[in-house]
Design a binder for this molecule. Structure first.
Ligand SMILES: Cc1ncc(COP(=O)(O)O)c(C=O)c1O
Length: 385
C-alpha cells in the first residue's frame, strides 16, 4: 500500500521555515554564546549579528534600522502599537476595520467597554464591501483630528484581499493622526516600501514568510513614543524589554532575503479554475479584487467547513477553515460575516494558502479530494451524491 502523501496548504497560518532560515538559525545558535546586552566579547559578537540583521531587514523595506523593534511576533507588535498609543492618549475616536486580525481587534475591545464609552472613547470598525475590501473613502470619512489611532491591515489573512492602506496612511499623515498598518500577511506577497507607505507603526511576523515562529518586528516611526507593554531590562532602546532572540532574528533576516511567493499566483489561479470547473456552485471570496497571490478562500454550499477540514485532513491535506487563529471555536469567520456572507455559507468556508514549496499537483489533488469529500458527506447525510 502506498504511503499517503501529505500536502501542506496552510502557509497563512504558518509557512515552513526556509532552508536558508534554518541554516542561519543553526549557525547563529551554535556560534553565538552571549547575551546581546553583555559587554564582553561574546555579547559584542551577538550584538553585531543582531544589528546586522536589523540593517538587512530595514534595507529590504527601505526603512531606517533604528525604527525596527524586534518582538515575539505579529501579535506583540500589534499590541505594543495599539495599547501603547491608546494608553497615553486622551479619550477620542479609534478607527479600524471589522476584518482585522484578533491581534488588533482583541486589544481594541478594551477601549469599547461601557466605562470607556462613558469616558469619551469610541471605536469605529469599518466594514468591507462584499468583495472583502474596506474602501479608503469609508475610512477617511471617519478620521478627523480627534482620532487617536487608526489600524488597518495591508492584506487580510483569510480572503487575502489587499487593503488601500497607502491612501489611508497619507490622510492620517496630513492630519497628524497615528496609524498602525498590520503588514503581517502582506509581507513578501505585495510590495511593501516603508518609506513611501509613511505609516507610524508597521507590524511584521517572521513565520509567515519562512522565518521562525515567535519572531517579529514593529517598525516605529522616528519620534513616536510608546510605553513598554512588559517593562524589564530596557532592550530595543527601551521599546521592548527581554533578551533578544538573536538566532531567530538572524533567521528572520535570511527568510526575508529569500522570500518569494510569485510562483503561488499561478498555482492559486489554476486551483480556483479547476475547483469551479469541478464544483461550479463553489463560492470563491474576494476573487474580483487584488489579493495576495497565494490565498484562496471558498465555500461549498451545504457543507460545513470544520467537517470538510477533517475529511481533507484524513486525506493528507492541511488547510484552514475561517481564521486559523480562531480554529477550535465554531463561530463563522468574522471576516466573511463583515462582508455580508450568509451565515450558512460562511460556516462552510475553507482557506487554502499556497507556498513556494507547493506544486500544480497539490491544487489538482485538492480539487479531487473536495469532490470526493462532498460526495461522501452527501452519502452520509443520506442524500444522493
Ligand atoms: C494579519 C495578522 N496579524 C497578526 C497576526 C499574528 O502574528 P503572530 O502569529 O506572529 O503573532 C497574524 C497571524 O496569523 C495575522 O495574520
Amino acid at each position: 500500500m502506498s504511503k499517503q502523501q501529505k500536502r501542506y496548504l496552510d502557509h497563512n497560518s504558518t509557512a515552513p521555515m526556509s532552508e536558508a532560515a534554518i541554516a542561519a538559525y543553526v549557525e547563529a545558535a551554535r556560534s553565538l554564546k552571549g547575551n546581546a546586552s553583555s559587554l564582553h566579547w561574546a555579547g559584542r559578537e551577538a550584538r553585531r549579528r543582531l544589528e546586522d540583521a536589523r540593517e538587512r531587514i530595514a534595507a529590504m523595506l527601505d526603512a531606517e534600522p533604528g525604527s525596527v523593534v524586534f518582538t515575539s511576533g505579529g501579535t506583540e507588535a500589534d499590541n505594543i502599537a495599539v495599547q501603547g498609543v491608546l494608553a497615553q492618549a486622551d479619550p477620542g475616536r479609534v478607527v479600524s476595520t471589522a476584518i482585522e486580525h484578533p491581534a488588533v481587534l482583541r486589544p481594541l475591545e478594551r477601549w469599547q467597554t461601557d466605562a470607556m464609552r462613558a469616558r469619551g472613547w469610541r471605536v469605529d470598525l469599518v466594514r468591507p464591501d462584499g468583495s472583502g475590501v474596506v474602501s479608503a473613502r469609508s475610512m477617511i470619512e471617519r478620521i478627523d483630528r480627534d482620532t487617536r489611532l487608526v489600524c488597518m491591515m495591508l492584506a487580510n489573512n483569510e480572503t487575502g484581499a489587499v487593503q488601500p492602506v497607502a491612501e489611508v496612511a497619507a490622510h492620517c499623515r496630513a492630519l497628524g493622526v497615528p496609524i498602525l498598518v498590520d503588514a503581517v500577511q502582506g509581507l513578501g506577497k505585495v510590495p511593501l516600501d516603508i518609506a513611501s507607505l509613511d505609516a507610524d507603526f508597521v507590524a511584521l511576523s517572521a513565520h509567515k514568510i519562512g522565518g521562525p515562529r515567535g519572531v517579529g518586528a514593529l517598525l516605529i516611526r522616528r519620534g513616536m513614543r510608546v510605553p513598554e507593554l512588559a517593562p524589564g531590562g530596557g532592550q530595543e532602546r527601551k521599546r521592548r524589554s527581554g533578551t533578544e532572540n538573536v538566532p531567530g532574528i538572524v533567521a528572520f533576516a535570511a527568510a526575508m532575503e529569500g522570500m518569494d511567493f510569485t510562483s503561488t499566483r499561478a498555482l492559486r489561479d489554476a486551483f480556483e479554475r479547476e475547483l469551479l470547473r469541478a464544483l461550479p456552485d463553489a463560492r470563491v471570496f474576494a476573487r474580483t479584487v487584488e489579493r495576495v497571490p497565494n490565498t484562496s478562500m471558498f465555500a461549498l454550499p451545504g457543507m460545513d467547513g470544520e467537517t470538510l477540514l477533517m475529511q481533507l485532513d484524513l486525506a493528507g491535506f492541511a488547510v484552514a477553515s475561517g481564521s486559523a487563529c480562531s480554529s477550535g471555536k465554531r463561530d463563522p469567520s468574522h471576516v466573511l460575516m463583515a462582508m455580508g456572507v450568509e451565515r450558512e455559507i460562511a460556516r462552510g468556508a475553507i482557506r487554502v494558502s499556497f507556498g513556494p514549496d507547493n506544486t500544480r499537483d497539490d491544487g489538482r489533488a485538492l480539487v479531487a479530494a473536495l469532490v470526493a469529500a462532498r460526495a461522501r458527506l452527501k452519502r452520509m447525510a443520506g442524500l444522493a451524491a
